[in-house]
Ligand binder design. Structure first.
Ligand SMILES: C[S@@+](CC[C@H](N)C(=O)[O-])C[C@H]1O[C@@H](n2cnc3c(N)ncnc32)[C@H](O)[C@@H]1O
Length: 370
């Protein structure tokens, strides 16, 4: 953890902010147009500015809300927590400099996340129910983020969590004999299973990521992660997004695609941050292959394929058309002339009602969609 109040921005932090900014660019206007209140909590908020001049996550969040104010009827409320009081002080000064500083209710709290957040859940969130709640949890390291607290968030119906898992540091400390380190790990995962990873010979990063994903999946319907790598392409951390909303899940996947246009959901510090913006996805053979595998020997509607793509794959609905076009052209699917409502299908089009016969799984690689 840096000792100074402010520290320089790294490329992977800029990528993290880009995902956050893009997602909130959908979250605020979509939910803010339908709900009278929204609550945004940043539990490890930092000083609001980097020593290199860029805005920190609290400023990113309020600025995004402000830029969508004309499309929102809600006045969002913000809670920012950091245990370092000099960072909170800096954040307060930063907020005062902003054009929006009197437009929103913004609480800045100097304290431990694990102590302050339950109070927020008990008071503010209760009075906000059933307003949407977004919680950003962005710690240094792995202490002070008990899983039971993350789980509690999902007792609120319309809650979403965006959380950083410090996989690199966790890997380094796996098997550490110190009792307090072991306690933090167990609390973070909410299970002693984390200690079995230390003993297994498997890829520890994947095992840590898999265990956290599994834990989140016990309390929420959709979970997606994004991997951050350093200049040498070594893992630094994973960002997890968890929600019960299919639309929220889709929007977060879009935000992640925008930062990694290859769709592998990874960002390396080698990547030029100027190239983080995606200009339209390319037709995707990988998705065509996955569709073929998943629906082999079945007759399905595009609607069903799309729902599966949103919920179970890394792809977006907009990739489905290109993938199906490719599969049709290469003869891997047969498209029926009539749609499910009996109307005629327009050649080359794939609206939701189009019915498709998916051929049997290819037996050899050469039959694949190359
Ligand atoms: C990674 S930085 C946050 C950066 C910020 N979210 C951003 O993106 O601009 C983590 C912050 O958490 C604070 N912190 C560390 N442990 C904490 C705890 N247990 N509770 C609350 N804040 C904590 C640190 O002081 C630091 O400012």
């Amino acid at each position: 953890m840096p000792k100074e109040t402010l520290w320089p921005l790294k490329p992977h932090t800029a990528a993290k902010h880009e995902i956050l900014r893009r997602y909130l660019g959908a979250w605020f206007p979509i939910l803010g147009s339908k709900n009278p209140r929204l609550l945004y909590v940043d539990g490890f908020c930092g000083p609001g500015r980097y020593s290199t001049g860029e805005p920190g996550s609290p400023i990113v969040a309020v600025e995004t809300a402000y830029s969508h104010r004309n499309n929102m009827r809600a006045n969002p409320e913000f809670v920012f927590i950091d245990k370092d009081c000099s960072r909170i002080k800096n954040l307060r000064s930063e907020i005062k400099l902003q054009p929006w500083h009197e437009d929103y209710i913004i609480q800045t709290i100097c304290g431990e996340f694990s102590q302050e957040f339950p109070i927020i859940l008990d008071t503010l969130v209760k009075t906000h129910q059933p307003s949407p709640l977004f919680v950003f949890i962005d710690p240094f390291g792995f202490s002070g983020v008990p899983f039971k607290l993350v789980k509690r968030v999902f007792s609120y119906k319309r809650a979403e969590v965006f959380i950083l898992l410090d996989t690199a540091r966790l890997r380094r400390f796996l098997g550490h004999p110190n009792n307090s380190t072991r306690k933090h790990m167990e609390e973070l995962f909410g299970t002693k299973d984390v200690f079995t990873i230390a003993k297994s010979g498997h890829d520890r990063i994947s095992a840590l990521r898999g265990l956290y994903q599994q834990q989140l999946s016990t309390c929420v319907r959709f979970v997606r992660f994004f991997e951050m790598l350093d200049r040498n392409d070594v893992d630094i951390y994973h960002l997890f997004f968890a929600t019960n909303s299919p639309l929220g899940f889709e929007r977060m996947k879009e935000a992640m695609w925008a930062v990694d246009e290859t769709g592998t959901f990874r960002f390396s510090d080698r990547t030029d941050p100027g190239q983080m913006v995606m200009i339209g996805a390319t037709p995707n053979k990988g998705l065509a292959e996955q569709i073929e595998k998943r629906f082999a020997e079945r007759t399905v509607c595009v609607r069903e394929i799309k729902q599966w793509v949103i919920e179970e794959t890394t792809y977006l609905p907009k990739h489905v058309r290109a993938a199906l076009k490719h599969a049709e052209r290469t003869g891997r699917i047969n498209v029926k002339a009539r749609m499910d409502d009996g109307s005629k299908r327009r050649s080359g089009a794939f609206p939701d009602g189009v019915i498709i016969d998916v051929r049997p799984k290819p037996m050899q690689k050469s039959l694949g969609l190359s």
